[in-house]
Ligand binder design. Structure first.
Ligand SMILES: Nc1ncnc2c1ncn2[C@@H]1O[C@H](COP(=O)(O)OP(=O)(O)OP(=O)(O)O)[C@@H](O)[C@H]1O
Length: 232
C-alpha cells in the first residue's frame, strides 16, 4: 500500500510563541487510508495540515509526504507538490464567487500541470465530479456566489478531487452542514477517494464523525507539546 505521510520528531512553533505548538514524535498515514484528525479548537490541527501541505516548514524533525522529504524541498518544489498531488478543502471553501461551479473546479488544473495531464477533457471531468458529489447539472453553470452553502461545499470537494490528487486534506469542511447533509457529504467524499486510492485526511472537532472513518487520530495523543501544557 505504501506510506502517504510519515512524521518523525516534528516540532513547530509560531514566531513569537513562548513554546512549541506541535511536538510530534511519530505519525504514519498509509496511502489510501481515510483518517479523521480530531482535536480541540486551537490545538493546532490547521497548523499541522499547513505543514503537511508544505505551506509552512517545520524547523526540526522529518516530514515525508508521498515519498518527498519536505525539509529538503525548496518552497517552489513544495508548492508544485501541493498543486499536483494535494487537494485541499478549506473551512471557508475559498471559491471564486464570479466563476460558475464548473469553472471553479477546472481552475485547479491551470496551476497543476500533473493534475491537468491526468484529465483528458477538463469540462467533462468537472461535470462528472460535480454529478458524483450530488450537484444538479443546472447548478454547475451557476455562479459560486449564487449557490447554497451545501452546494458550495460540493464544488469545493470537486475542485479538490480534480485530476485525482494522491491526498485530500479536508479542514472542517462540514462545520456548516446539518447532521444529515454532513453524513451524506462524507459518504460521497469517501466514494470519490476510493475510486482513485486517494488518501483522505479529514479534520474536525466534531466527536460524532469518528465511527465513519477507518481510523481516528486524537491530536492530543500524538502531540506531546500540548500534553506538557496540560490544556489539550
Ligand atoms: N499564522 C499564525 N501565526 C501565529 N500563530 C498562529 C497562526 N495560525 C495559528 N496560530 C496559533 O496556533 C494555535 C493553533 O491554531 P490552529 O488554527 O492550528 O488550531 P486548530 O486546532 O485548527 O483550531 P480550530 O479547530 O479552531 O480551527 C492557535 O493558538 C493560533 O493562535
Amino acid at each position: 500500500m505504501g506510506t502517504c505521510i510519515a512524521v518523525k520528531h516534528l516540532e513547530f512553533r509560531w514566531p513569537g510563541a513562548p513554546s512549541p505548538l506541535l511536538t510530534i514524535p511519530s505519525l504514519t498515514i498509509a496511502r489510501g487510508e481515510r483518517v479523521l484528525l480530531r482535536g480541540a479548537s486551537g490545538s493546532g490541527k490547521s497548523t499541522l495540515l499547513s505543514l503537511i501541505a508544505g505551506v509552512h516548514q517545520a524547523p526540526a524533525g522529518q516530514l515525508e509526504v508521498l515519498g518527498h522529504d519536505l525539509g529538503r524541498l525548496s518552497q517552489h518544489r513544495r508548492d508544485q507538490l501541493r498543486a499536483n498531488e494535494i487537494g485541499y478543502i478549506f473551512q471557508q471553501f475559498n471559491l471564486l464567487p464570479f466563476l460558475n461551479a464548473e469553472e471553479n473546479v477546472t481552475l485547479a488544473s491551470q496551476f497543476a500541470p500533473a493534475r491537468r495531464k491526468r484529465v483528458q477533457n477538463p469540462q467533462q471531468h468537472a461535470q462528472s465530479l460535480l454529478k458524483q458529489l450530488g450537484l444538479a447539472a443546472a447548478d454547475t453553470q451557476r455562479l459560486a456566489s449564487q449557490l447554497s452553502v451545501g452546494q458550495q461545499q460540493r464544488v469545493a470537494a470537486a475542485r479538490a478531487l480534480f485530476g485525482a490528487p494522491s491526498l485530500i486534506i479536508a479542514d472542517e469542511p462540514t462545520s456548516a452542514l446539518d447532521a444529515e447533509h454532513r453524513d451524506e457529504f462524507i459518504q460521497v467524499l469517501f466514494k470519490a477517494c476510493a475510486a482513485n486510492q486517494t488518501t483522505l485526511l479529514f479534520v474536525t472537532h466534531d466527536q460524532g464523525l469518528a465511527p465513519m472513518f477507518e481510523r481516528t487520530i486524537e491530536l492530543s495523543d500524538i502531540n506531546h507539546a500540548r500534553k506538557d501544557d496540560g490544556d489539550a
